[in-house]
Every structure is written in structure tokens, then in C-alpha cells.
Design a protein around this ligand. Structure first.
Ligand code: ADP
Length: 256
């Protein structure tokens, strides 16, 4: 297992999964279900109730934005829903699996097989080229170097960066770095991609390109996206916006 900036890199086993059908056709039941989830940080005098009984269901193939002011619990919700963090009470089920019942190791493997992660800060290793960053989770998990390279190049192609594979992150623009991060999140064919402020470090035009890429991946491959964002332009491109205040969902907007 390898950690960068607190992020556990996925350690996937090779999985062959047929391409998902188009989003509309694949909306078949919920893939993410949270039931009365609470999260309390700290102890005694310093307790912070970051999530106050959140229930949420996300459909397979849905693209959902989680919005709300800073400190309302968006990142905590994403971390708890994806199994990056433990809940204090309540339950989280992903693709029918109650993640609380998994050991740490099994949960890491489960995440790696089913989920990709995209963060504002890219979490790319500066000494590695783009293609090496993308293939890293596969190499760590024992996929042969040849296959890992092929899959990483295919993932870079999916995000429009095949020709940039040999460049290091410092030689790429912010938008290109975020594309590399998205390619890395896709390299193991996940069903769900979690994104925490994926456009937060980008100018509005580049942000628009990135959300368009996510939209295309959602529509063409039925990938489920859960996106924490403070950017109304990003929210407007999703199927549904979940609005949070003080650790609770206060409103949902269905856009399409
Ligand atoms: P958002 O993503 O909406 O900005 P967060 O989920 O990061 O909000 O934080 C929700 C609340 O939980 C905030 O009050 C924040 O200070 C607190 N919090 C977040 N992470 C921790 C932590 N590791 N320890 C203690 N408090 C935390």
C-alpha cells in the first residue's frame, strides 16, 4: 500500500469488466446507499458533529453534485460514503456491500475494484511521468508492466492525453494534470468515481473542459459520479444537486 498526501492509492487486482451500457439504460437501482450516517470527530470537549444523520441513495449511472458552504460536511460525506473514513453510526452500502463489515484490507481492495478518486490537488507523484502515474496502482497490485502500460495508455487516451504520457506533472497544465488524475481513477474500470472539488484549482474555461469530460464518461460509459463542489457551474451539469447545511441534507434539486 502506498500513500501520497494522505491518499491511499488504490491497489487494484486486474478485473475484466464489460463496458457499462449508456447511462440512461444503466439506471437500474441504487449503487450507493447511506442510512442515517453520522460522523463525530474528536472527543469530549472538542467533538465536531460533521454529519448529523445523512440518508442518501445514488442511482447507478447517476451524476450527483454535493454542494454547500465550507465546513458543512461535504468532504466528510464523500470520505464516509466511499469508505475512506469510518462512520460513527449508520450504514453505508456500495453495490450491495455493507462496507462496515469489511476489514481495512478488504475495504481497500473493495475500493480499488469499484471506485476511482479525483481530488482538487491532483495527488500525482512529481517524479513520475503521466503514464507512470496512471499505471502505478496497477503496477503496485502486480499487474504485469506490459499490461499496466497498455491500460494506462488506454486510460490516457480516454481523457484525450495519449500524446502527453511521457511528460511529468510539472510539464503539464492544471487541466492536463486533472485529466491525468481522471485517467488514473479510470485505470481499473471502476463503477463509481468520487471527485472532491475537481475544478477547484482551475480557471472557469478549463473547469468547463473537465466537467465536460466527466459528463462524457458518465453518458458514454454509465460511470456513476459523486462530485463535491462549490462551483454552481459544475452542479448545473449534474443530474441532481444535494444541498448540505451543518452536516445535513437540506434540499435536493433534480436537474435532468
Ligand atoms: P466541507 O467539505 O463542507 O468544507 P468538511 O467535511 O471538511 O466540510 O468538515 C465538516 C466539519 O468537520 C467542519 O467543522 C470541519 O472543521 C470538521 N472536520 C473535518 N475533518 C475533521 C477532522 N479530521 N478532525 C476534526 N474535525 C474535522
Amino acid at each position: 500500500m502506498s500513500r501520497t498526501n494522505g491518499l491511499t492509492l488504490p491497489i487494484p487486482a486486474p478485473v475484466a469488466r464489460a463496458a457499462a451500457p449508456a447511462a440512461a439504460a444503466s439506471r437500474a437501482g441504487s449503487i450507493i446507499t447511506l442510512d442515517q450516517v453520522t460522523k463525530v470527530y474528536g472527543a469530549n470537549g472538542t467533538r465536531v458533529h460533521a454529519l448529523a444523520g445523512v440518508s442518501l441513495s445514488v442511482e447507478r449511472g447517476e451524476m450527483v453534485a454535493i454542494m454547500g458552504q465550507s465546513g458543512c460536511g461535504k468532504t466528510t460525506l464523500l470520505n464516509c460514503a466511499s469508505g475512506l473514513d469510518d462512520v460513527t453510526s449508520g450504514s453505508v452500502s456500495i453495490a450491495g456491500q455493507d462496507i462496515a463489515t469489511l476489514s481495512d484490507k478488504a475495504r481497500t481492495t473493495f475500493r480499488a475494484h469499484n471506485m476511482g478518486f479525483v481530488f482538487q490537488t491532483y495527488n500525482l507523484l512529481p517524479v513520475l511521468s503521466a503514464v507512470e502515474n496512471v499505471e502505478l496502482p496497477l503496477v503496485v497490485s502486480g499487474v504485469s508492466p506490459k499490461e499496466a502500460r497498455q491500460r494506462a495508455q488506454a486510460a490516457l487516451e480516454r481523457v484525450g492525453l495519449r500524446a502527453q504520457g511521457e511528460k511529468r506533472p510539472a510539464q503539464l497544465s492544471g487541466g492536463q494534470r486533472q485529466r491525468v488524475t481522471i485517467a488514473r481513477s479510470l485505470v481499473n474500470n471502476p463503477e463509481i468515481v468520487w471527485a472532491d472539488e475537481p475544478t477547484g484549482a482551475l480557471d472557469s474555461r478549463t473547469a468547463d473542459d473537465i466537467i465536460t469530460l466527466m459528463e462524457t464518461l458518465n453518458e458514454d460509459q454509465g460511470l456513476t459520479f459523486v462530485i463535491v463542489t462549490h462551483d454552481a457551474a459544475v452542479g448545473a451539469r449534474c443530474h441532481r444537486i444535494i444541498h448540505m447545511v451543518d452536516g445535513a441534507i437540506v434540499r435536493e434539486e433534480r436537474l435532468r
